[in-house]
Design a protein around this ligand. Structure first.
Ligand code: THU
Length: 126
């Protein structure tokens, strides 16, 4: 299932500087699941978050429409996606369901439009 895929990917995270492991998984419109984790760089800005890792992996495998995204960390307070990941989720998934989860069983589900209420996209360029 989606959450276990995200937890498994989180184990492979490379938070070499922050120590903060994140896992994510996305489900496409065919029910296929793709997972990702954060991978950090000594040049901090080159770090990729778990959400974008999962989504870019999915795109590389041919996925183009998405139903759900799950993000999991060990934090007691559920970890919200960063602004860059919210934008890329909007770019690739539009108003997808986003579930935040931790290792203690807490979850909270949003629509992406709740997390990114005024999205920037192609319509903004009209
Ligand atoms: N991180 C994610 O992977 N996803 C998020 O939505 C929040 C932040 C990562 C980036 C970095 O490797 C670490 O968490 C600390 O910011």
């Amino acid at each position: 299932m989606l959450l276990s895929a995200a937890k498994q990917a989180r184990e492979n995270a490379r938070p070499d500087y922050s120590g903060f492991k994140v896992g994510a998984a996305v489900e496409d419109s065919e029910g296929r699941i793709f997972a990702g984790c954060n991978v950090e760089s000594a040049s901090y800005g080159l770090t990729i978050c778990a959400e974008r890792s999962a989504l870019f992996t999915a795109v590389a495998a041919g996925a183009s429409a998405f139903r759900r995204v799950v993000v999991v960390t060990a934090a007691d307070k559920l970890t919200p996606p960063c602004g860059a990941c919210r934008q890329v989720m909007w770019d690739l998934c539009r108003d997808v369901e986003v579930t935040l989860a931790n290792l203690h069983g807490a979850t909270k589900t949003y629509q992406l439009s709740q997390l990114l209420p005024e999205p920037f996209d192609a319509k903004s360029l009209d």
